[in-house]
Design a binder for this molecule. Structure first.
Ligand SMILES: [Zn+2]
Length: 408
């Protein structure tokens, strides 16, 4: 059994957390900013110090390879992402990269050779906050998104992603196509409340929810807020409010795991004494059961239609994104569970409501994830926190999972 060096792991966590640190103890390390560059530079130095062969691919993903006894064997891929949300936490992504790094350092320090090579990766732009395409590096790597589309993404200031990669020196020339991978495992914070509630240090993640995104536009008619009687109005905002409230109640009608969110809302003309003629909003519907997502979409559409009928308005519902649920590889899940047993760490099996790079990687290689608890389920903000003992337990489970996969 491998045991990571807690002190070394902590020191590297603290050091990386200084790069883009916010006053409130979080991280502001948006993809391809100067802060992201500094974190990447540090990562590359750390890989080089381990004697790894470092490669940057065309979308800026950073890989490091530790050779195995059999150099021709397909490698085990480990890692996560170093970018953050604008007021993000220190654990999202970073903990996964540093657990992977600590795994390699432990193997090196203990003089452990593995049959298979191990490849560590820092994926580009996982957060999708600055450039709006989440999990971008892994999406391009797996062929989900083409390279040119990715390089041409722009941020709010019109700055092109490809130009930013070049500016920070991470426009690599290594082909972004996927190589043969034996297995992949990513450690990440849960970002939900289950592990903390159940008192488990580790989650064996067996899959990811299916997701549907809708863009809804409701059209009515603008008129004066005073003289226009209520019964003659065609109020787009009133119809939208009814629809949003019905969409919020949908999960209760569907399943225990279903969730629905209206996260964007816009109204025109947005004036205090004018009846709104247009309201637009987004809908995010998720469940591990694809049939539940199907039914949620159908019910959302009928609720929107009914709300429009009550208010004399019309609606346009566009489905902009749909992905089925992902089932991770049962053998890799079992390897994680076995490693938790070996390390004496309490664990449970669960599924993820959030997307992760591992989701795309699972299209090209047997994959699973390890979750560690998020205190109060908080994430994507500066109070995101995981107890250090849980980080260590997770990293130990991670290291032993990687060791067993690399010797398969
Ligand atoms: Zn993340």
């Amino acid at each position: 059994m491998l045991t990571i060096d807690e002190g070394r792991f902590r020191e590297s966590f603290e050091t990386y957390s200084e790069i883009g640190a916010t006053d409130a103890g979080g991280l502001d390390r948006l993809a391809l900013t100067d802060e992201d560059k500094r974190a990447r530079d540090r990562f590359v130095d750390d890989l080089a110090a381990l004697g790894l062969d470092v490669r940057i691919d065309e979308i800026g993903n950073v890989f490091g390879r530790r050779e195995g006894i059999d150099p021709d064997a397909a490698p085990v891929l480990i890692g996560s992402h170093l970018d953050s949300q604008p007021s993000g936490g220190r654990f999202d992504g970073q903990l996964g990269v540093l657990s992977a790094l600590e795994t390699l350092r432990t193997l090196e320090a203990e003089g452990v050779e593995t049959k298979r090579p191990i490849e560590i990766v820092d994926w580009t732009n996982e957060e999708g906050s600055r450039f709006q395409h989440a999990m971008l590096g892994s999406a391009v790597f797996t062929g989900e998104t083409d390279l040119e589309t990715a390089l041409d993404l722009t941020d709010d200031d019109g700055v092109r992603l490809g130009d930013e990669l070049e500016r920070i020196g991470y426009d690599g020339d290594y082909s972004v196509d996927p190589f043969d991978i034996h297995s992949h495992v990513e450690l990440h914070i849960e970002q939900g409340p289950k592990l903390e509630t159940h008192g488990n240090a580790v989650g064996v993640v067996e899959g990811v929810y299916g997701i549907a995104w809708l863009n809804v536009t409701i059209r009515g008619e603008s008129d004066h807020a005073g003289p226009t009687p209520m019964h003659t109005r065609r109020d787009a905002m009133a119809a939208a409010a009814d629809a949003v409230s019905a969409i919020g109640a949908l999960p209760n009608r569907l399943s225990a795991d279903a969730v629905s969110t209206v996260g964007e809302f816009d109204v025109e003309p947005n004036s205090i004494n004018v009846i709104p003629n247009r309201a637009t909003f987004s809908v995010d519907l998720r469940s591990y059961d694809d049939d539940v997502v199907d039914r949620a979409v159908a019910l959302a559409e009928s609720e929107i239609e009914a709300a429009c009928e009550r208010h004399g308005t019309t609606a346009d519902v566009e489905e902009v994104w749909r992905i089925p649920h992902t089932e991770f590889d049962s053998d890799v899940c079992d390897a994680v569970a076995a490693a938790a047993e070996t390390a004496g760490v309490d664990y449970e099996r669960l599924v993820s409501g959030a997307g992760h790079d591992a989701k795309y990687v699972s299209d090209v290689a047997p994959t699973a994830m390890i979750f560690v608890p998020s205190v109060d389920g908080q994430t994507h903000n500066e109070s995101e926190f995981t107890a250090w003992a849980d980080c260590v337990a997770g990293a130990n489970v991670y290291a032993n999972t990687v060791l067993s996969l690399a010797n398969e």
